[in-house]
Design a protein around this ligand. Sequence first.
Ligand SMILES: Cc1ncc(C[n+]2csc(CCOP(=O)(O)OP(=O)(O)O)c2C)c(N)n1
Length: 513
Amino acid sequence: MNNLIIRSLLTALARMGVAEVCVAAGARNAPIIAALIESEGVKLWNFFEERSAGFFAIGRILADRAPVAVLTTSGTAAAEVLPAAIEAHYQGLPLVIITADRPRRFRGTGAPQAIEQKDLFGPYVSACLDVEVGVSLSWPTRIGPRPFHINICLDEPLDTNLSGIDFLAHHGPAAPKSPAPPPFGLTGKATAVIASGLSRAEADTVAPVLAKLGLPVMAEATSNLWGQWPNRPPLNALLHEAAESHFQALNAQQIIRIGGVPTARWWRDLETRPDIHVTNISRLPFPGLARTENVQMQPWASLANLSKYQLPPAQVADTVPDMHESLSSHPLSEPGWIYELAKHIPAGARVFLGNSLPIREFNLVVSAMQPEVEFYANRGANGIDGIVSTWLGVSAIVRESWLVVGDLSAMYDLAAPWIMPQLPQGNRRLVVINNGGGKIFSRVASLKHLSRQAKHVIENRHRVTFAPWAEMWGLAYLKIAHSDELKDLPDGPLLIEVVPDAEQTDAFYAMMK
Ligand SMILES: Cc1ncc(C[n+]2csc(CCOP(=O)(O)OP(=O)(O)O)c2C)c(N)n1
C-alpha cells in the first residue's frame, strides 16, 4: 500500500513544480528515495544530515526561484529542518518539507524513532499534510511563497522495489491572478528610498522605476542595484552606500522601502520615529517594523504604479567622511579586507554574504564591485546557521561564486562541504573572516562597557584556524596576508582565511564616527 501514497506524493511534487529534492536517508524514507531514483525529470542531492539539506534547498530556491523539496526520515531527523523552515518562511520561499514517519498509532508511545512530527513546524509552514494509507485527503497542486510540510506515514514492510514517475509529464495549474494593488498613501514630504534583498530579476524591474522617481536610494549590497547591468538605466547618481554615516546625514521625512527588510541600524531606529512615514513595497508580507503608526504595506505588483509619483527628494548632506580613503588607509582592518575582496571578486560572480559583520561591511564597499556581481544572503531570520550550505545551493550550477562569512558562522556549518563533490566544477571561494569570535558584539554600543570576562563569553573568543577544515573536505587552502594574493587564484574550490588586524579595525571605525 505504501507504493500508492508514494506515487501520489511524487505526482503532487511534480505538479507543484518541484524538480530537485535534497535527500537525507534513513530506513523510513528509503522507499520514497527508491521511487525518486527511478523517476525522471527530478534531480536528487544526497546529504547525510538534514540541517545542511534544508539550507542547501533554500539556496537552490534562491538561485532558480522554483520550489525545492527536502526529504527526511523520522524522528529528530525531521526536527533538524526547523531552522531552514523558519528561514524559508521569513524569506517567502516555496520549500517543501517531506518527513517520513512511522504510522499514527505509534504517536505518544515512545516507540523508537517515533516523535510528534505532525505540525512539527508550527506557524512556519502554510500547512501540514499528514498522510497515511487509508486516510483520504486532497493533495495540493501548487505551492505559494511559503514552506509546506508533508508528513508521510509508512508502515512496514518498507518495500523499496517501487517504480518512479516522469516529473516532466505533470503540470499544476497556473498561478491565480493577483488582485489590483491598492493605491499608495504617500505624503508630499522629503522622501528617500531604502532598498535591500532584491534578486537580480527584481532589481531589473526596480531600476527603471527608481530612475524615473529620481529620489536618493540608500542601497544595501543585497539590493543588487549597484554596478553596471545590461538593459538598466544608470542609477549611480542616485545611489548611496547604506552606511550609518550616510543615514545620519539623510533628512528624509518619508521612506519607501523596496525589497527585503534592511540590515541597517538606522532602519531599526525608525521604530521610535513614527513621524517618518514608511511605505513597504515587498514580495514579503512583513513590514519589518513593529510600530504601526504611519507604516504601510504595498504588494510587489504596485511597484509599476510608483513611477507615476513625483515626490520631493530628501537630501544626503555632504559632510560624511570619505569612506574609500578611510578604507585604503586601513588596508588590514576588517572593512579594508572586505574592500579588497570587493575589488577582486570577478565580474559576473555570485556572492553570498554571511550575516553578522560581512553583510554590513559589504554595504560600505559595494560601489567598488565589478559589473554584474550578484549578491545573496539569508536575511529571513538573520541566523548564522546554514550559511555555507545555502551558499553552496546558490552556487551549485555557476562557474564563479564567493562566500564571505565570519568564523563562528563557518564553524556552525562544518558539515556543509559534504555536498561539494556532487556539484559541477566551479570556482567556489569560501572566504572566512577569522577575527577570533563574534566580533559584531564588540561594535554593539550597549555591550561596550561589559567586563573583559563577559565580553569573552559573549564573543566566544577563540584561537581556531581553518586549515584543518579545508583538509577534512579536500579543499585547497590559502591564508592571505596581502591583498595581492587575491589575484590569480587557482581554479576549483578554495578556502581563503583572512585574519584582520584588530587595531586597524578599531582605528577605521574611530575615523568613521
Ligand atoms: C543561529 C544563530 N545563533 C546565534 C545568533 C546570534 N549571533 C549573531 S551574530 C553572532 C556572532 C557571529 O560571529 P561570526 O560569524 O564570527 O561573525 P562576526 O560577528 O565576527 O562578523 C551571533 C552568535 C544568530 N544570529 N544566529
